[in-house]
Design a protein. Structure first.
Length: 120
């Protein structure tokens, strides 16, 4: 399926955690709906809270707002509601928290994360 329209949502939690998530859909009208924008915001908030390492990890996690649902099921239900396929293309999460005594590694750009997931 060709994802002709892409949508980027951002979320910053208390100035200490930042998330960018890119979603793909084939119908450009979907990204204009309030329901789709709420889905994107909910996914960004979930990433901020749960810190998944990859898109695959994210898809398997229980949804923070409703642990009965996985993210995979949440996205599938939204796709059914919109009658279109929705895909999480990539995301990046930044945190100001120091992870140990050494300086933390600078955050990777979304392009680097994409290339790490999809080596040539």
């Amino acid at each position: 399926m060709n994802y002709t329209d892409r949508f980027i949502e951002s979320y910053v939690h208390n100035g200490g955690i930042g998330v960018l998530i890119e979603l793909g859909v084939s119908d450009p009208l979907i990204v204009k709906s309030d329901a789709f924008r709420q889905l994107a915001k909910d996914l960004a908030i979930h990433i901020a809270a749960m810190a998944p390492a990859t898109v695959d990890d994210l898809m398997q996690q229980p949804f923070a707002k409703d642990p009965e649902l996985t993210i995979n099921k949440l996205v599938a239900m939204a796709a059914d509601d919109f009658r279109d396929k929705i895909i999480i293309l990539r995301f990046v999460r930044w945190s100001t928290e120091v992870q140990g005594p050494l300086q933390p590694e600078p955050p990777k750009s979304p392009a680097v994360i994409y290339n790490l997931r999809n080596p040539r």
